[in-house]
Design a protein around this ligand. Structure first.
Ligand code: ASP
Length: 367
């Protein structure tokens, strides 16, 4: 063990020289002893960094969303409906595969979101909507409820899976949120796949842009054609060690101004996770979600007011968001594995499963 390492572990010993002599002697006697001490110190530090240590019950749970909006049975063909349900199930299974092997909530969140980012059905990754000047600018975030570590990216234009980049920011950067060119430079340096901007071009989304621009220069369209549809994707997970995590990924709003950033990459607004309370991912009009810090607020109601998760989610979506004039929804997961969905729109693409009932379940409409 070098002098620097011993300084790090026993900072006060350095002042008195005596400590260092003891360490040197110990090193001669056996590096194994020191190694064990280092390991113990690390373990103590990690435990101290934990928000709360997960309550390992071997119970896991997953909930995902693929956006909320005016999604009615009348506006859906059976083929379209089964495409959405199949993709939601695939995302759930990708997360389940990780959790049933004892994997981490963060990994499961990332895996579920990657499946949806790869599909043109959702407004995230491949299916991202267009900005007013015909580009695709993507936002994403991910948060670890055990440590409160978080990573987020905003306004990226060449990142195939923005959730992977958000995860890399969480793992490898001292920062929480990276934007634009800096975020893409970070992607390049950390082996995250970059694609030409044309990767995100889909005819369906381009038509949406043209349609909304017919309405006027400043019209904004939330995803899925109608006036109130949001196609953002998100996942919340409880792993078998009792740790929560949440993530969200989006292309934002059709015809948004370039440089506009929504709630999805904002920790506390579109995404939040804490082992003390819950994990939340939202979809809807980002400006309202930011002003109400919806994701964090739900967890705060659970943590400080001891509110039931569903009641906390409904309070924010059916009362606070609605009264401010906003539309959207959330998925939420409690530390005991309780799953809650709340949306003030006609529908929300959603799916869930847990270790007691591990078959994927999906729903779209209100009833
Ligand atoms: N919340 C996203 C945003 O405002 C949009 C969405 O949910 O579809 O960027």
């Amino acid at each position: 063990m070098g002098r620097r390492a011993s300084k790090k572990i026993f900072p006060n010993f350095d002042k008195h020289g005596r400590g260092l002599r003891i360490i040197r002697r110990a090193a001669v006697l056996g590096m194994g002893v020191i190694a064990a001490m280092v390991e113990m110190t690390g373990a103590l530090r990690d435990a101290a960094a934990d928000e709360t240590t997960g309550d390992a019950s071997m119970h896991y749970a997953i909930a995902i969303h693929g956006g909320a909006g005016t999604i009615t049975r009348g506006s859906m063909t059976p083929k379209r409906e089964s495409e959405y349900r199949n993709k939601l199930s695939e995302a759930l299974l990708a997360a389940r595969q990780i959790l049933e092997k004892g994997g981490a909530a963060l990994d499961a969140v990332e895996a579920a979101i990657v499946v949806m980012e790869e599909s043109p059905l959702f407004n995230a990754g491949k299916g991202a909507v267009f900005t007013a000047d015909g580009r695709n600018e993507l936002d994403a975030s991910i948060m670890d409820g055990a440590t409160l570590n978080a990573g987020a990216v905003a306004g990226v234009t060449h990142v195939r899976n923005p959730i992977r980049l958000a995860r890399s920011v969480l793992d490898h950067s001292p920062h929480v949120l990276l934007a634009g060119q800096g975020a893409e430079e970070f992607a390049r340096n950390h082996g995250i796949e970059l694609v030409p901007a044309t990767w995100f071009w889909t005819e369906r989304r381009f038509r949406q842009l043209l349609k909304v621009q017919e309405k006027g220069e400043h019209a904004l369209l939330l995803d899925h054609d109608g006036d109130h549809r949001f196609g953002t994707v998100g996942a919340v997970v409880l792993d078998a060690k009792g740790n929560l995590a949440a993530g969200t990924s989006t292309g934002g709003l059709t015809n948004k101004a370039w440089g506009r950033i929504g709630d999805s990459p904002i920790i506390g607004a579109g995404t939040y996770a804490s082992n003390r309370s819950c994990a939340v991912s939202g979809t809807g009009q980002g400006e309202y979600f930011m002003r109400l810090t919806i994701a964090r607020e739900i967890c705060a109601l659970v943590e400080y007011r001891d509110m039931a998760l569903q009641a906390a989610a409904d309070e924010m979506i059916h009362h606070r968001l609605k009264h401010l004039g906003g539309a959207g929804g959330v998925i939420a997961l409690g530390k005991d594995g309780t799953i809650a969905f709340s949306f003030n729109t006609e529908g929300m693409y959603r799916g869930w499963l847990d270790s007691r009932d591990p078959d994927p379940k999906t729903a779209i409409y209100k009833d």
